[in-house]
Design a protein around this ligand. Structure first.
Ligand SMILES: Nc1ncnc2c1ncn2[C@@H]1O[C@H](COP(=O)(O)OP(=O)(O)OP(=O)(O)O)[C@@H](O)[C@H]1O
Length: 612
């Protein structure tokens, strides 16, 4: 990595000291059980690196012996050669052993991290996932855990030897000639003197701007690629392309400023640390001392050999530092995921008495200072269907997601059978509340396993019954291996079909409370029929809450709840509400006219008389 790259990584995305110490703490926690292996990695590496000096010193000694006047001392020559060879061998064996232990340790640590992440992902609130793109999470579990590899397997040993080797060389060189040692150190001193220039506020600001521009260009590329089909279909490709080009231009400007600021310093640093410069310094200094009669010519040899080694570790330090920083940032992201507060589980779960659901003065918001639900009081009696209606963004999905405890309310409580959900325990909760939301997730497993997710030992008969009720049985039989077809491999399902599999899953779970988002995105006649049939079959047995989009569902409901801006504005039997001529009647009327307009304009009726 060049000095420019090093500077970029070292300065730029450095976590703040607070974040840095959190990262160090979590790294420390992670390594504590393996402290002996970690120490072994470092110690073996240091011994290997020191032994690596032996061949160089052997060359120096050989030079001296061979340059001496008179007959060559053959025994001495052989001794020096053997010492050099043994040093080389020790270096090979010890660094290999260090590397082997480091890699085993790395495997263990990565396994621990992945286990911790898996356990944590099982604990965090379900609602948290919707905010995280799956890609981001996949990066944390995959790439970020792997990025820990150099930190454990390579860098500590390399960094320690990067200090130890020059230090040992220096001690040796001082014993040969202290004056030339100081002269040989000049390039390192110059390079170190340049470091603070890279850390000035102006440079740090440039680095931050560079990181920002880099982020903007990445997101505009992703946006451009992800939305390409929609953008093309609506003829907006020029506009989207322009946005990308603007981000690219912006990046070029920032990059120029960044390079201009940092490149001169980085180039200077590279120059003073380069082997020709070091050799030049040693040769000039050495020549001056030799001609002055202050240094034996043979004594120049160790400076030429070891002097180069003094600056090489400085570059290794930069490289190792970069890797440490990258690993630090990865650990930071892992720590963030591990730090997400799980929903508290009660120490003594209480069993619900019946399945009456009550929302008591429930307030909730995704962000601070922006309530999405503003004081909801609602009772869902067992054996009834409650339909929630309201304009887009009024909080319908948020409200229904509180029942399976995707989130806890910020104020007030959601109560099932007289027990606050927070006192219930997640097992009891998921036994009691089944849900089908728009965002259906199917596993890459057989259709039967997908349906039987909540009841893994369910009989095939029960699975088939649920599938029939959800109107998906015939479609399953059409696929190559029927119920054993693997989703995503043997069979690809449409959105509506996936929705029906999810409905079959919820029906098989046989939970007393069913929460359903009557999908509009995937609404097809079969799915609508499936939902209607399921509701009709279950009515009278379950407590059902449905986000209703269609007129039929609303008409069939026992209670309609009209939501606007996070508040219940009307509530009652559908016919009563219509007769009252209030908000619900107006809302329905406006949608009726929308449907009528559409019929007039396009000569067609919206599929399923969609109610939104
Ligand atoms: N995960 C989230 N993070 C932040 N804000 C959110 C999140 N989900 C929803 N919101 C916001 O909360 C408000 C209510 O959204 P919600 O999805 O509950 O409404 P809705 O009535 O179900 O809408 P629709 O009928 O369009 O699905 C909206 O302003 C929405 O932008």
């Amino acid at each position: 990595m060049s000095a420019i790259d090093s500077a970029a990584v070292s300065e730029g995305s450095m976590p703040s000291s607070g974040a840095g110490s959190a990262v160090q703490q979590s790294m420390g926690r992670l390594l504590r059980p393996h402290v002996r292996s970690f120490a072994a990695v470092v110690i073996l590496q240091v011994i290997g690196a020191l032994a690596g000096l032996a061949p160089l010193l052997a060359v120096v000694e050989l030079g001296r012996t061979l340059l001496e006047s008179g007959p060559v001392d053959r025994d001495r020559v052989w001794t020096v050669v053997i010492v050099g060879a043994v040093g080389l061998l020790v270096r090979l064996v010890f660094t290999a052993a260090s590397s082997a232990i480091g890699h085993i340790l790395d495997g263990k640590v990565q396994l621990t991290l992945r286990r911790q992440l898996a356990a944590q992902l099982g604990r965090v609130p379900i609602g948290w996932f919707s905010r995280r793109r799956t890609g981001e999470l996949a990066k944390v579990v995959g790439e970020d855990v792997s990025a820990v590899h150099p930190f454990i397997a390579h860098t500590p040993g390399e960094l320690v030897s990067a200090f130890v080797v020059p230090l040992a060389s220096l001690v040796y060189l001082f014993t040969v000639d202290w004056r030339l040692t100081l002269i040989t150190l000049t390039p390192v001193v110059l390079a170190v003197a340049l470091v603070p220039l890279m850390m000035t506020p102006a440079r740090v600001r440039e680095q931050e701007e560079f990181d920002g521009a880099m982020g903007r260009i990445s997101s505009s590329v992703v946006e451009f690629v992800q939305g390409i089909s929609v953008v093309k279909a609506f003829g907006g490709s020029k506009r989207a392309h322009r946005k990308f080009l603007t981000a690219a231009d912006d990046f070029v400007d920032t990059f120029n400023r960044w390079v201009h600021g940092i490149s001169r310093i980085a180039a200077g640093m590279q120059l003073v640390l380069s082997p020709p410069f070091v050799l030049l310094v040693v040769l000039i200094g050495g020549a001056a001392l030799i001609t002055g009669g202050d240094l034996a010519p043979a004594d120049l040899l160790p400076f030429l050999l070891l002097g180069l080694g003094l600056t090489a570790p400085v570059a290794a330090l930069g490289h190792g530092f970069d890797e440490m920083q990258a690993a630090g940032r990865a650990v930071g992201r892992i720590t963030d995921v591990l730090a997400v507060e799980p929903l508290p589980e009660p120490s003594h779960p209480v069993a619900p008495q019946g399945y009456r659901v009550e929302l008591r003065d429930v307030r909730f918001g995704y962000e601070e200072d922006r309530e999405v639900l503003r004081g909801i009081d609602l009772v869902l009696e067992p054996g009834t269907v409650t339909a929630i209606v309201g304009p887009s963004g009024s909080g319908k999905s948020t409200l229904v997601q509180l029942l399976p405890r995707f989130f806890d309310p910020i104020h007030g409580s959601v109560v099932l059978g007289g027990v606050d959900l927070r006192e219930l325990g997640s097992r009891e909760l998921y036994r009691s509340v089944a849900f089908v939301f728009q965002d259906v997730r199917l596993l890459r497993a057989s259709v039967a396993d997908n349906i039987a997710l909540a009841v893994p030992h369910a009989d095939r008969e029960d699975v088939v019954r649920a599938a029939r009720l959800a109107n998906i049985h015939d479609r399953i039989l059409e696929s190559p291996r029927g119920y054993d077809s693997v989703i995503g491999e043997d069979v690809g399902l449409s959105g509506g079909e996936a929705q029906r599999i999810a409905l079959a899953r919820a029906l098989l779970a046989d939970a007393p409370v069913l929460v359903l988002d009557e999908a509009t995105a995937f609404a097809d006649p079969q799915t609508e029929q499936a939902v209607r049939r399921a509701l009709a079959t279950l009515e009278g047995e379950r407590t059902i809450l449905v986000i209703a989009h269609r007129l039929e569902t609303i008409a069939d409901a026992d209670t309609v709840v009209m939501l606007e801006e996070g508040r219940i504005v009307e509530q009652g039997r559908p016919a009563e509400l219509l007769a009252r001529g209030g908000r619900f009647a107006a809302f329905r009327q406006s949608h009726h006219s929308a449907v009528a307009d559409d019929v007039e304009a396009h000569g067609r009726v919206l599929q399923g008389d969609e109610f939104r």
